[in-house]
Design a protein around this ligand. Structure first.
Ligand code: PLP
Length: 349
């Protein structure tokens, strides 16, 4: 059987299935509101590597193996701001594949250490936008596979048990009125939107979009070439260009969220759950509150994605000095949020 070219891929895919089968569904956590509407947070921080990137990483490996881009021993390379690398390094190790993460910025042992502990190689590259070309060249030079989450994740995350929407559907007695997700690669939003259309659940999809993101202007204008050229202050979402995985035809609504509102809502989510959530959770929660404040929301359920939680966020969105240094004042948004949560109207500044 050693020379059977299908043997390793089939065994590798069974390993991914087994890893998936051993996991519990990620919990739904209530965000308390004194209104007749349920806002629930789908807590993806409960995944083994602490973020929704765990599902995307499994799906990317599954898709690349099933597509013949990865086979036994293929070196795998990814260009990433950081969030995806931990999950991908974990799956590379599970499958016995060499893995290199190409990260933006100056060499930083604190960022490299958790990846190196998983057996990954880490390359730091400046300027930040050079990570994509570097990863592509590295993969070409080693006969490896550039995993390329921005090109593939939104199409890969629609397979078997990787799909968060299939999992959510089994957790709720009835489909929610709205799902609120951010858009980094676009994979999570696409998975929820495709599920609603495939099964006719009636659930609508809102994308919560931070400042400097190309997603909202592209959705409004229909111009998929729209680029802001500006980095996002909200980790994991807010891309400067329209990524291949952004599928505006799937988005019933895109809600632009001020970064100061994302910070205020992330802190409220932390207070409600005890989890040091990242900024993207705040962006999704803020957009969910917008929807919850509509008269039509009475009696409905809205699910927002809690994308990650990590102690490093205590030094960013949960830290007043960080917010001030970024020029963000969450106080007026926090006041509006508290007023609404206590049963009052939603009247953001
Ligand atoms: C990547 C990421 C997102 C966006 O998810 P996509 O599926 O890539 O669009 C949201 N939040 C966090 C914390 C992320 O890392």
């Amino acid at each position: 059987m050693d020379d059977d070219p299908t043997a390793w891929p089939a065994a590798a895919l069974r390993r991914l299935d087994a890893e998936r089968a051993a996991l519990e569904p990620t919990p739904l956590r209530a965000f308390p509101l004194a209104h007749d509407v349920a806002v629930l947070l789908k807590d993806e921080s409960a995944l083994p590597t602490g973020s929704l990137k765990h599902r995307a990483a499994r799906a990317l490996f599954r898709h690349a193996i099933a597509s013949g881009r990865i086979t036994e021993g293929t070196p795998v390379v990814e260009a990433t701001g950081g969030g995806a690398a931990l999950a991908q390094a974990t799956f590379a190790r599970l499958l016995g594949l060499p893995y290199t993460a190409v990260l933006p910025g100056a060499p930083d042992p604190r960022r490299a250490a958790p990846l190196e502990a998983l057996g990954a190689e880490v390359r730091f590259v400046t300027p930040p936008l050079a990570i994509y070309a570097t990863a592509r060249e590295l993969a070409a030079a080693t006969g490896g596979c550039f995993l390329d989450q921005y090109a593939h994740a939104a199409h890969a995350l629609d397979h078997r048990g990787d799909d968060p929407a299939i999992e959510l559907a089994a957790q709720l007695p009835a489909p929610p009125a709205w799902i609120v997700a951010g858009a980094g690669t676009g994979a999570t939003a696409a998975a929820f939107g495709r599920h609603a259309r495939t099964y006719g659940t009636g659930t609508r999809l809102a994308v919560a979009d931070p400042e400097n993101s190309a997603c909202f202007p592209a959705w409004v204008t229909g111009d998929l070439g729209y680029a802001t050229g500006m980095p996002s202050r909200i980790e994991g979402i807010g891309r400067p260009r329209v990524e291949p995985g952004f599928l505006p035809g799937l988005y019933d609504l895109v809600v632009p969220v001020p970064d100061a509102a994302s910070v205020a809502a992330a802190r409220a989510a932390r207070a409600a759950t005890g989890l040091p959530v990242g900024g993207s959770t705040g962006t999704c929660l803020w957009a969910a509150l917008h929807l919850a404040a509509r008269p039509a929301a009475t009696g409905t359920t809205i699910v927002a994605v809690l994308g990650d939680a990590a102690d490093r966020h205590l030094r960013t969105v949960h830290d007043d000095a960080w917010a001030a240094a970024k020029g963000l004042d969450p106080a007026p948004y926090a006041a509006a949020l508290d007023r609404f949560a206590a049963g009052g109207p939603f009247t953001p500044p």
